[in-house]
Design a protein around this ligand. Sequence first.
Ligand code: SF4
Ligand code: SF4
Length: 135
Amino acid sequence: MAIEISEKTIKHEFIERISQLSGQDIFKCFQCGTCGGACPMSGEMEILPRRIMRMLQLGMEDRISESETGWVCASCHTCSVNCPRGIDLARVMEAVRLLILRKNINKVEPSGLPAETIRDLPQIALVSGFRKMTS
Ligand code: SF4
Ligand code: SF4
């Protein structure tokens, strides 16, 4: 399905908040795709990092917020060290997650986890997962 882009659909405030939170100039990205090629999680992402960057430049807040890509990101920084434009994409992904969490949306509900999951997972994995995915 074609997505219509117009001045009305571009969320400039969203672009500014992502830029402020991440400290990155997202407009330096020229969509080379090096980040996605290096990303160990790209096989699990419905939208590759290169496209996320383009959608950020276009202020597509709703579509990005619906995507699981930011949550699949493992914050490994492989993209950041490989970007030819010096963009710390891991920080951009973190900013995307923060803006969603600030709407009080939890991506994991601790009380909803099965008892066997809580029993079997290392505590450090649970804690880091909650820190990443709960508001
Ligand atoms: S590697 Fe850098 S410039 Fe290339 S698409 Fe990714 S963020 Fe953009
Ligand atoms: S920080 Fe996230 S987007 Fe970047 S390479 Fe690692 S998993 Fe992929």
